[in-house]
Design a protein around this ligand. Structure first.
Ligand code: CA
Length: 404
């Protein structure tokens, strides 16, 4: 994207080139201030537009949905309303716009889950990650399953344990493989997975298939997503039906949903195809976005990668999800799968980065193989424009000791 004179806002903090939330972004979230109910907002600079109040004041019309404690009802109004609302917010927030638009300081707000997550499905779409993890679990010959380059592989996760950034995560107890049978223990191999999550913004009916083009239109936006993973529990339980309790302990998402409209200028190709795909998975245009991503353990950034390394786009994943006639619903969350580039410092999980513990990583004041109690994991991401960036904010969580 080249735009030498990017549009500026009358909210001065939004005009800094390294601000995650310039007027070009306008991501949606749900916030509350002391004594107030959770309601919908849009991030601009270091402030939040109080959309409920803006609607009450007649500045914007979203059929009353902005006073809800989740964005589902607004999202369900459809793409035409999304586009109209974005255009109106741009007008109100641009230099010379409505300086009376009600805002609150981000510092005074508490963020909540932006949507009622109806269902959570997680995929496995980075070839580097799938291969690396496959080697660790099954050896190099069987690392990549034969169907992997033909269909997006996923599993149905739990919506009930999806939490917003800032929520502590409790180390799980569980069953792992011991020398002489199963052992009851606290998880000793707790890991992160750096992902994006696509938010489904339209329903499909049972029995109805969805094309990749329709799927693109159905995606409202994206969040950062950390799929916390208990590797020792996973290794013992995952065959033949896939991960279960290893992934159910918690999934953290960032509070701001960056819309596909804001990401559109950064659309790009993903990884090179190794074979043609069946027609129902063919894309007519590139399905990825150039989004720089990083993750940090406490204060040390350990991994840096880009969403464009992925093999299957969220639109392809959605089309595949509905191919059996499975209905998709507003508020469904689709995890992209761990986003890992080819080199060690581009991996999105400690399992890969440390080669299952063989090569510890160095952090400020020590080393790590997996996550220890008291550690925090923070994901960040942004797309770089000329003079501005479309940022996601942070997706953070701290690990608490297990309850024995
Ligand atoms: Ca995952």
């Amino acid at each position: 994207m080249t735009d030498k004179n990017p549009l500026r806002s009358h909210i001065a903090s939004a005009n800094a080139p390294d601000c995650d939330f310039p007027i070009q972004n306008l991501p949606y979230g749900v916030f509350s201030t002391e004594g107030g109910a959770p309601r919908c907002g849009v991030a601009i600079g270091d402030r939040i537009v109080d959309l409920a109040k803006a609607e009450e004041a007649g500045l914007i019309d979203a059929q009353g949905t902005f006073s809800q404690p989740v964005l589902n009802d607004f999202i369900a109004l459809g793409r035409e309303v999304w586009d109209r609302t974005r255009a109106r917010l741009t007008e109100l927030l641009a230099e010379g716009g409505a300086e009376t638009i009600p805002t609150v300081a981000m510092a005074d707000a508490q963020m909540h889950l932006p949507i009622r997550v109806t269902e959570f499905t997680d995929f496995y779409a980075s070839k580097n990650h799938a291969f690396n993890v496959g080697v660790l679990f099954r050896g190099p010959e069987n690392a990549l399953p034969p169907q992997w380059t033909h269909m997006p592989i996923g599993y149905n996760g739990r919506a009930s344990s999806v939490v917003v950034s800032g929520t502590d995560i409790r180390r799980p107890m569980g069953q792992v493989k011991g020398e002489d049978g199963p052992v009851w223990t606290e998880c000793k191999r707790l890991d992160l997975e750096l992902e994006l999550g696509a938010i489904v913004g339209a329903n499909s009916s049972m029995g109805e298939r969805v094309s990749v083009e329709q799927a693109e239109e159905m995606i409202f936006g994206y969040v950062l997503l950390n799929d916390w993973s208990a590797r020792d529990i996973q290794a013992w339980e995952y065959q033949p039906l896939g991960p279960f309790q290893a992934k159910a302990l918690g999934t953290t998402i960032s509070p701001w949903i960056v819309t596909t409209a804001a990401l559109e200028p950064f659309r790009c190709k993903g990884a090179e195809r190794v074979n043609p795909v069946l027609p129902y998975l063919e894309e007519k245009r590139p399905g990825f976005f150039d989004i720089n991503l990083e993750w940090a353990l406490n204060d040390t950034v350990l991994g840096r990668t880009n969403y464009n390394v992925m093999y299957w786009s969220s639109a392809q994943q959605l089309a595949h999800h509905a191919v059996s006639g499975c209905p998709m619903r507003v508020g469904d969350l689709l995890g992209t799968g761990t986003i890992s580039g080819p080199s060690r410092d581009q991996t999105g999980a400690l399992l890969e980065m440390t080669e299952a513990g063989k090569n510890p990583v160095e952090i400020d004041g020590g080393t790590r193989i997996f996550i220890e109690d008291g550690d925090s994991i923070t994901l960040r991401g942004h797309a770089s424009g000329d003079g501005y960036r479309i940022g996601f904010g942070e997706c953070a969580g701290k690990v608490l000791p297990a309850q024995q």
